[in-house]
Design a protein around this ligand. Structure first.
Ligand SMILES: Nc1nc2c(ncn2[C@@H]2O[C@H](COP(=O)(O)OP(=O)(O)O)[C@@H](O)[C@H]2O)c(=O)[nH]1
Ligand SMILES: [Mg+2]
Length: 229
């Protein structure tokens, strides 16, 4: 049965209006909106909970409905930044809703599950949807999640190849063990800060090199292109 999206998501909760209600904006030197997308069950909610609270819930009981968000304050190079992280439901029936939110996102973390072939196959469809609905200069990072599991089907090389083809950054993560989770969010936040600084100050200074940053900091070597420019 078709759901009525309007009743689930009142206009008062549309993202840009929601952000503009923030009275404490001055407390932060930057506020970024990051969205988690990907098929249902790939671990988006668990990844967010791991980053926010550093815990792993079995999560079986949490079926994200539509869209939800959590704020996390991070300090990067003495800058206090608010990351507003939006967690979407990947189910087909909610896609028409999440489209509206793409426009406000400065970064997208696109997840697949390394033990689930179809979630990997669907990455192309997600990327074309991103190209259609998100801002052109949105920062995109592809994440192969659940690398802690023994029954992986998708190799790291396959993930790297796909990311390279679409010129997006790539990492492998585990919401369960926490591997690379903090790094993925922090790398994206750093790329956004660098982008913002380059735009506002028209600086000639050194650009943040995301590739190098991830290579240096990741718990396993990963390939990544420079999205910080
Ligand atoms: N082993 C393992 N399981 C995970 C990981 N991330 C999520 N899960 C499990 O995958 C299932 C779906 O996770 P969830 O975050 O709800 O996926 P979502 O639909 O993308 O939000 C849950 O049963 C989680 O416990 C991970 O990194 N490793
Ligand atoms: Mg979820």
């Amino acid at each position: 049965m078709q759901r009525n999206n309007q009743s689930l998501f009142p206009t008062s909760l549309l993202p840009s209006q929601f952000i503009s209600n923030n009275n404490n904006q001055d407390d932060f030197e930057c506020t970024f909106k990051i969205m988690l997308i990907g098929d249902s069950g790939v671990g988006k909610t668990c990844l967010l909970v791991r980053f926010k609270d550093d815990t792993f819930l079995s999560c079986n009981f949490i079926a994200t409905v539509g869209i939800d968000f959590k704020n996390k304050i991070v300090t990067i190079d003495n800058k206090k930044c608010k990351l507003q992280i939006w967690d979407t439901a990947g189910q087909e029936r909610f896609r028409s809703v999440t489209h509206a939110y793409y426009r406000d996102a400065q970064a997208l973390l696109l997840l697949y599950d390394v033990t689930n072939q179809s979630s990997f196959d669907n990455v192309r469809a997600w990327l074309s949807e991103i190209r259609q609905y998100a801002e052109e200069d949105v920062v995109i990072m592809l994440l192969g999640n659940k690398v802690d599991k023994a029954n992986r089907i998708i190799t790291k090389e396959q993930g790297e190849k796909l990311a390279k083809q679409f010129e997006v950054s790539f990492m492998e993560t585990s919401a369960k063990t926490g591997q690379n989770v903090e790094l993925a969010f922090m790398a994206v936040a750093r790329a956004l800060i660098s982008k913002q600084m380059n735009m506002t100050a028209n600086q000639n200074g050194s650009k943040f090199n995301l590739t190098e940053y991830i290579e240096t900091n990741s718990e396993q070597k990963t390939w990544c292109c420079n999205i910080g420019s």
